[in-house]
Design a protein around this ligand. Structure first.
Ligand code: GLU
Length: 493
């Protein structure tokens, strides 16, 4: 068996879409599972729509997900480069010339208007639109005449009407296409650029790709590509078309359904390991029960045999759940490392503070960790540790700071806590316990108003821990504010 070589071949016309990332992932997993090579090829022959920015976005997204490529941009030491189609034009031309010489392709001078009229006529007759082969048998004189008229030619592949083309798909089984319906498709456009269906064959053949794993939306292109392989005498690779990804309403996943670019998920606080795990389950399943797979486990267990034929539904709730699982598994140090850039971006701390307070931030992160659903949650849920500029939940203020004993509570706590010399959870707890006894209230009734005064809301890590982390000065400041708010509530009663 020759070495497995697969490729991911994005067109750089936009951000890295989650569907493309899933295709990249399946190729990467297959390569790593098989000990083969993963090639990244940029299909940038659509000059009008391809941008450098998209190329960079795609590479960055792949790096973020940890999908490293053995050959491709930045790794073109191999013998199969260059890996940008725009740098391979001579190669395509060479094979186009060969097909023209062998009369397996021909020049077509039909204009867009003529083709349009032809299509309309066919449709009016109830026929399926298809190139009518008007230029299939032009003489040299005809060609000269057309050229003299200023017409530019495209090159069309001469396909056959007889028989069927079989796609032996590794996921979908044998799929047959009637050759009758495949027309003489364009392989070189009038601007000299090869079309996708042609360039992809030349590249996959010359790059020795053994398995083409791509979205099912390309299945209908495959018989055309197989005919080109045959015409050029190239051995065709194996094909595996993976199912489409749909939104919850069962239509193709698009912006209407929410974020579709990998970068957006990154910005929304998703961890790359969660995205990788989740994408792996869109069209592949190991068994009916296991959902969480580490990167190594995916590599070990992935197989095309376990890819499914049915479309996969993108379920953001499940992704969010999975993200929470991965977030909670991070060590405090790892979580801190990922959270600090977000805290800095939100203006809660600066770089110097991040360094100086590293241990404190680590403790804060560890305290918050069980409640996080997404990495960006760290900003909102830790805000009160870094600034007084947070919002108070009005309802909570009314409910807890409006309690009849609230003014007294804050007064007693302030007196008790002001006297504390060594600020620790234990000494704070002792004050709370004595105030609780004096008020003869349940502990929860003592803690909750304090929580609202100190954090703005009703959910936070343990109160003694929060106060310890805030330090004495800041804690007292917040409690004084709590006292004021309680007095205000009492006046309003
Ligand atoms: N450039 C094509 C795309 O992005 C590649 C399809 C293929 O894998 O053959 O859809």
């Amino acid at each position: 068996m020759s070495e497995v070589r697969v490729r991911f071949a994005p067109s750089p016309t936009g951000a890295l879409h989650v569907g493309s990332a899933r295709t990249a992932l399946f190729n990467w997993l297959f390569a790593r599972n098989q000990g083969g090579k993963f090639v990244l090829r940029i299909e940038d022959t659509d000059l009008a729509r391809s941008t450098q920015e998209s190329v960079e976005g795609i590479l960055e997204g792949m790096r973020w997900l940890g999908l490293d490529w053995d050959e491709g941009p930045g790794a073109d030491a191999g013998e199969y480069g260059p890996y940008f189609q725009s740098q391979r034009l001579e190669l395509y031309q060479k094979y186009i010339d060969l097909l023209l010489e062998q009369d397996k392709a021909y020049l077509c001078y039909c204009t867009a208007d003529e083709l349009d009229a032809m299509r309309k006529e066919q449709m009016a007759k109830g026929e399926a639109p298809k190139y009518n082969r008007k230029c299939a048998c032009l003489s040299a004189d005809d060609r000269e005449k057309f050229a003299a008229e200023g017409r530019t030619a495209v090159v069309r592949f001469r396909s056959t009407d007889e028989g069927r083309t079989k796609v032996a798909d590794l996921i979908r089984g044998d799929v047959y296409f009637d050759n009758e319906v495949l027309d003489d498709f364009v392989i070189r456009k009038s601007d000299g650029m090869p079309t996708y269906n042609f360039a992809v064959v030349i590249d996959d053949a010359l790059m020795r790709i053994t398995h083409v794993i791509r979205g099912e939306d390309h299945l209908s292109n495959t018989p055309r590509q197989i005919q080109v392989y045959e015409a050029l005498g190239f051995a065709a690779p194996e094909f595996a078309h993976i199912p489409m990804i749909l939104g919850p309403d069962k239509t193709k996943l698009s912006k209407r359904h929410g974020a579709t670019s990998v970068t957006q998920y990154r910005e929304d606080g998703f961890l790359p390991e969660a995205i990788m795990n989740y994408l792996a389950l869109l069209g592949w399943s190991y068994n009916a029960t296991q959902n969480i797979f580490s990167r190594d486990e995916l590599v070990e267990k992935f197989s095309l045999a376990k890819c499914t034929k049915n479309p996969a539904v993108f379920d953001i709730k499940k992704l969010e759940w999975m993200n929470g699982v991965y977030l909670r598994e991070l060590s405090a140090a790892e979580l801190t490392q990922r959270a600090v850039p977000l805290l800095i971006a939100a203006g809660l701390i600066d770089k110097a503070e991040a360094e100086a307070q590293e241990e404190r931030i680590k403790t804060i992160m560890a305290a918050l960790q069980t409640r996080l659903h997404s990495l960006v949650d760290v900003v909102d849920s830790s805000r009160y540790f870094f600034t007084d500029d947070f919002t108070y939940d009005e309802k909570a203020v009314k409910k807890f700071l409006g309690r009849p004993y609230a003014v007294k509570l804050f007064g007693l706590l302030l007196t008790g806590l002001e006297a504390v010399e060594s600020w620790s959870q234990e000494s704070i707890e002792a004050v709370f316990k004595s105030v609780q006894q004096e008020l003869d209230e349940k502990l929860g009734n003592v803690i909750q108003p304090v929580r609202v005064a100190v954090t703005g809301g009703t959910v936070s890590p343990g109160m003694y821990e929060v106060l310890e982390l805030l330090d004495k000065e800041l804690s007292l400041k917040r409690l004084r504010k709590g006292l004021e708010m309680a007095q205000q509530q009492a006046k309003q009663e």
